[in-house]
Design a protein around this ligand. Sequence first.
Ligand code: GLN
Length: 488
Amino acid sequence: MQTIAQWRQKLIKGEVSSLELVNEKISRIEKIDSFIHSYLYVNQDKARMAASKIDEARSAGEELPPLAGIPLAIKDNLCTQGIPTTCSSRMLESFVPPYESTVTERLWRAGGILIGKTNLDEFAMGSSTESSAFGATSNPWNISRVPGGSSGGSAAAVASKLCTASLGSDTGGSIRQPASFCGVVGLKPTYGRVSRWGLIAFASSLDQVGPFSNNVADAAELLQVIAGKDYKDSTSLDVPVPNYIENLATPISGMKVGLIKECFDQEGLDVDVKGSVLKAADSLQSLGAELVEISCPRFNDGIATYYVIAPSEASANLARYDGVKYGYRSEEVDDLASMTAVSRAKGFGSEVQRRILIGTYALSAGYVDAFYRKAQQVRTLIRRDFENAFKKVDILLTPTSPTTAFKSGANQDDPLAMYLSDLLTIPANLAGLPSISLPCGFDSSGLPIGLQLIANVLEEPRLLQIAHQYEQFAEIMKSAPNCEFTNP
Ligand code: GLN
């Protein structure tokens, strides 16, 4: 499988043109995306124009930027100027942003080419991409299964080679869980490492943008471009961006890897998942790392904490969709209050409405101390568990998700079962830590299993290094779904 670095060499040498790469992706989308539905919008004409420009620059002998000519897909909750950005919601069905998000602007400046916008759970709330107002995405390994969520479109597009790499967002696991379900690499950076400007807000203290790719080196390439201070996002960190690529090949012998005990004791943990992840830990040991059992006593409280904090922030963030400034407006009523109420009732799907209700309740006078403030206190305890763990080990290891990809529809009427899918990913968001999911095997029905690594704040270089070393050793990434779909 080709890496971005290898494509770059081929493009520079003229062995392939960017237009050829883009055309290949577009015809593959035309051929198979009706089975997967990873894209909501395909940027055909502009992508071809941008690719031709890169090819001309190359012919003219200009030096090419790092992502020149590489076809990329973007989750449809990142604003792209002049290109529809729907958040998979009726509310924003006709929204065409007048500005570009910082992360995508950086990708285009680095020569990347926008192939299209990918499907997600409405407003990034969900774990299966089934709550999209524009239809669900399927898992390319088995189209009767979900791709995970909320960034299911971005994960499925990378897995089925409908783009070279993509961006998603991760509030409680929405990059790592779909990466795990689709057998690709997904990285959630440290909170603040990447700008949130132009990312349509879900829960602002948790949201973070990150890459999906077919290998760890490509994730490092994308992070290199999107990371760094942005004066438009006051929570973006003003610390230098290290070189994420130079460290990848450094051996990991002597590193201490902590296995979080509470994760492996889970009742709902699938046996195949547990087996593969423990085998991956053994591989790290063969590479010279030392395995240490670690306890994070509050780890399993993450989910309850998250489902107070995230909906609370969502209820505040989504108050802006009032039918007035932009977004869906119901014309059926003639007084202002009913116009807002009806617009929100029709513009938002049921999961989004559920989150707004939970959040409004948790923040209401009389309950704010019992729910919201209590959740913030538990959040601090979870963070402290991690601080203590990182006094003893360099990195933490867990499964990414308790199960592999579940059947479409399986959890749709049971929000609590759906929420449990992020049990193991949420704590890293609550603590603001960088975390990656990478493929480590398959279950008995041939579905991919994901390994999660969590590092201390801003230790992406170490996270990527260990992930890359494991990837080289295990060679799991060489397998890909066959994508030969036929109509039933
Ligand atoms: N599945 C989680 C939720 O529904 C996480 C979503 C996310 O990370 N955007 O909230």
